[in-house]
Write a protein that binds this ligand. Structure first.
Ligand code: ZN
Length: 310
C-alpha cells in the first residue's frame, strides 16, 4: 500500500461514523492533489484534508479518534493534540465552570499529575474521586505552557480494581509573593479523626460545630512574571518563613482577642518579598517544601506596585 493510501485509509477510518458518503478514494484523491500538485508535505496534507472533513461533518478535532493512540505516562505529555492511552487515578474533581464540561479535575499516575476535562456532549460515564481507570483515546492539550488531557466522544473508559501510586510533580517558582489569600494565618481545623477541614466560623462542613484545633497556614500567590501560582505553606513552612511559631501566634491572638492579627502580621512580613520556592504540585497548588528568600529582582519597585494593586 502506498504511503498516501495508508493515510487516506486512516482518515477514512476516523470519519467512518460521521461521513457516510465519503470513500477512501475521495480522501486519497484530495491527499494526492496536495502532495503531487502542490508539493505539500504529507503530514501537512493529512492535517489539511482532516480539517476539510471536520468542517464538512461539523465536528471538532476532539470528536474524532486518531486511530493510533499510544500508551503513555503523564510525564510523557509534552505536546498538544497527541492521542494517548493513560492509566490514571482521579486525585480530585473540581467544579466545572461551564455547562459544556461534564467533569474536570486532576489525574495522576506514578510519573506525575495532569488536569483532565471531560466534555458534557461526549456522554461518558462519571469518574469518581479515588478511582483508577484505563482511559483510551484521550487527546492532549496545552494552555500557557501547561498540559491537560481531554476525554472526548471516542474515549473508552474502563475502571480498574487496582490502586495506583501517584507521583509528585515538583515545581520551582521564583517570583514575588504578591498576595495572601483568606484562610491564611492562625486557622482552626476540625478535630474529628481523618478530617482536617478548616472550620468556617467554628463549623466543619462535614461535622458541624466544634472546638477545633489551631494550625498555621499560608495560602499565597506568587508571581514569577509570567504566571501567578498558588502556593500553600503548612505549619512548618509558615514557621520557617515568618519566624513565628504556632504557640506565639496563639498568644498573639489571645492578647488581641482576635485571630486575624496573626494574618495581618504575616501579610506585612511577606507580601512584596521575592522567593524561590520548590515543592510538589497538588491540584492547582504548589506545596512549599523548600523556600529561599531572595534579595529581589532588579525591578522590585514595580512588583511592589503590582502587589499593592491586587
Ligand atoms: Zn470535620
Amino acid at each position: 500500500m502506498s504511503d498516501v493510501r495508508q493515510h487516506a485509509d486512516d482518515i477514512h477510518e476516523q470519519f467512518s461514523d460521521h461521513l457516510d458518503d465519503v470513500s477512501v478514494e475521495d480522501v486519497e484523491e484530495r491527499l494526492t492533489t496536495l502532495v503531487d500538485e502542490y508539493k505539500v508535505p504529507i503530514d501537512e496534507a493529512r492535517r489539511s484534508v482532516t480539517n476539510h472533513y471536520l468542517e464538512e461533518a461539523g465536528l471538532e478535532r476532539e470528536d474524532i479518534s486518531s486511530g493510533d493512540s499510544e500508551k503513555a505516562n503523564v510525564e510523557d505529555v509534552d505536546k498538544p493534540e497527541e492521542w494517548i492511552d493513560l492509566t490514571a487515578k482521579v486525585i480530585e474533581l473540581w467544579d466545572p465552570r461551564s455547562d459544556s464540561v461534564a467533569q474536570v479535575g486532576l489525574l495522576g499516575d506514578p510519573t506525575g499529575t495532569i488536569k483532565f476535562t471531560k466534555w458534557a456532549k461526549s456522554d461518558l460515564p462519571a469518574l469518581e474521586e479515588g478511582g483508577v481507570y484505563e482511559l483510551r483515546n484521550v487527546v492532549t492539550d496545552e494552555y500557557q505552557g501547561r498540559y491537560s488531557v481531554k476525554l472526548n466522544s471516542t474515549t473508552v473508559i474502563e475502571e480498574l480494581d487496582d490502586d495506583l501510586e501517584v507521583g509528585n510533580d515538583t515545581s520551582e517558582i521564583e517570583g514575588a509573593l504578591v498576595d495572601m489569600q483568606s484562610g491564611s494565618g492562625l486557622i482552626k481545623r476540625c478535630p474529628e479523626e481523618d478530617c482536617t477541614r478548616v472550620l468556617q466560623n467554628g463549623r466543619c462542613n462535614e461535622h458541624g460545630e466544634g472546638e477545633g484545633e489551631f494550625d498555621l497556614r499560608i495560602k499565597a500567590v506568587v508571581d514569577d512574571g509570567i504566571d501567578a501560582h498558588e502556593v500553600i505553606f503548612d505549619k512548618d513552612a509558615t514557621e520557617d518563613l515568618t519566624g513565628l511559631s504556632l504557640e506565639e501566634a496563639k498568644d498573639m491572638a489571645m492578647d488581641a482577642l482576635d485571630t486575624t492579627v496573626v494574618a495581618d502580621e504575616i501579610r506585612d512580613d511577606i507580601v512584596g518579598t521575592y522567593y524561590r520556592i520548590e515543592g510538589p504540585t497538588f491540584g492547582r497548588y504548589v506545596l512549599a517544601d523548600d523556600v529561599e528568600e531572595l534579595d529581589g529582582p532588579a525591578d522590585a519597585e514595580e512588583l511592589l506596585i503590582k502587589a499593592r494593586s491586587m
